[in-house]
Design a protein around this ligand. Structure first.
Ligand SMILES: [Zn+2]
Length: 377
């Protein structure tokens, strides 16, 4: 009876001979040196790097804190995993003497949740205080872009709520998906509520509670709300030079703030203008034309069609300018008009025959949106 016992002992030893090492890339450490530091010999390091390269691993993009996982069996590397972010993960496996690498699909999960932001100092801080990524502010500003200028209209005490899709990987939010419904309560902008609804042709659009469209021909602001880190750190109140003095409105902006077309149209000018520096002009319906001056970067070409919300360039300080700002001009029939004084009509409302369907399909998100907020944690 000795033989079987010896055999099972041997198996137990085999089972225990798996060794896992979890490491991360140190500052100034290359992938190769991290592999050597984990105890691999030169031939194995070469094989692993070759397999990574074959799986389109970009060695130049390796960063400190990237995660490395080594699985050794019988003292030999069997599996190597490299996680560069929540979404990019490589796996290198040994099969006898062959090594194969592949980019691993990271499982994503979408969850619908209610988010509430209470503005104290800035929208970014409000997002942080709510435990959200700052991108949520960008996502929400997009929903209200026809009615709220997120740079000028946001005040302390304003409250935003949204029923939004969160995209998760490894249990962490990596992105926001569609906003199903959103509300804004603000001292300057009043109360706004928008609901996402799918029309019979399959397109999705935002509508107000009464079925009127959330969309307008023109956006409220020529500046796309974005997480701009330079200068003001995403928190600034533009210095406004009102229309009259120089045929437009000036927005003080951090350098590189994205500038978007306020309406569909075609580019009439994209290039250098003496006083205006890098300048873009776009022709729209109803003989309207908009111009965007002093840009640091131009993203469009003359003659190009642009859609509302397309980024046409970035704010700068080119031409006659004393600091980073966007000069925004609006012409109607060739004559300058005050962009802040316009009241643009909304797009077509929902046809009456769709109202009942709209109400029933937005009922759930509406009650989620209106529910008493959970106490802040
Ligand atoms: Zn100006």
């Amino acid at each position: 009876m000795l033989a079987p016992l010896a055999l099972s002992l041997a198996l137990a030893v085999t089972g225990d001979s798996t060794l896992i090492k979890n490491r991360h890339l140190e500052r100034n450490q290359t992938v190769a040196s991290a592999l050597y530091a984990a105890g691999l010999d030169e031939a194995t390091v070469d094989s692993v790097q070759g397999a990574l390269r074959a799986a389109e691993f970009d060695f130049k993009r390796a960063r400190p804190d990237d995660q490395l996982r080594f699985v050794f069996r019988h003292g030999q590397l069997d599996l190597f995993e490299y996680r560069r972010s929540l979404l990019k993960e490589w796996q290198v496996r040994r099969d006898a003497d062959r090594w194969t690498g592949r980019l691993k699909e990271v499982e994503r999960e979408t969850r619908v949740e209610v988010v509430q932001l209470q503005v104290d100092s800035s929208v970014w801080d409000a997002a942080k205080a709510a435990g959200e990524k700052p991108e949520i502010a960008v996502t929400l500003s997009d929903v209200f872009a026809w009615d709220i200028d997120f740079y000028r209209d946001v005040q302390k005490g304003d409250v935003m709520r949204a029923v939004v899709e969160k995209v998760l990987a490894h249990g962490k939010v990596i992105d926001y998906g569609r906003v199903l419904a959103a509300s804004y309560k603000g001292s300057t902008v009043g109360n706004k509520k928008s609901f996402r609804y799918q029309l019979p042709d399959g397109t999705e659009s935002y509508f107000l509670e009464d079925g009127s469209s959330a969309r307008k021909t023109f956006l409220k602001s020529p500046l796309k709300f974005a997480h701009v880190t330079s200068g003001f750190g995403g928190r600034f109140h533009p210095i406004l030079n009102y229309f009259g003095a120089h045929n437009g409105v000036d927005y003080g902006t951090p350098l590189g703030t994205p500038v978007w077309a306020v309406a569909d149209g075609s580019v009439t000018k994209a290039g250098w203008d003496n006083g205006g520096g890098n300048m873009v002009c776009v022709k729209h319906v109803m003989s309207f034309e908009t111009c965007y001056l002093h840009l640091s970067k131009i993203d469009v070409k003359p003659g190009q069609r642009v859609a509302q919300k397309d980024v046409i360039g970035e704010s700068g300080s080119t031409g006659l300018s004393t600091g980073p700002h966007l000069h925004f001009g609006l012409k109607r029939g060739g004559v300058y008009v005050n962009p802040l004084g316009q009241n643009f009509p909304r797009a077509d409302p929902l046809p009456k025959e769709l109202l009942a369907d709209f109400r029933s399909r937005t009922e759930d998100v509406k009650s989620q949106l209106d529910a008493m907020p959970v106490a802040a944690h």
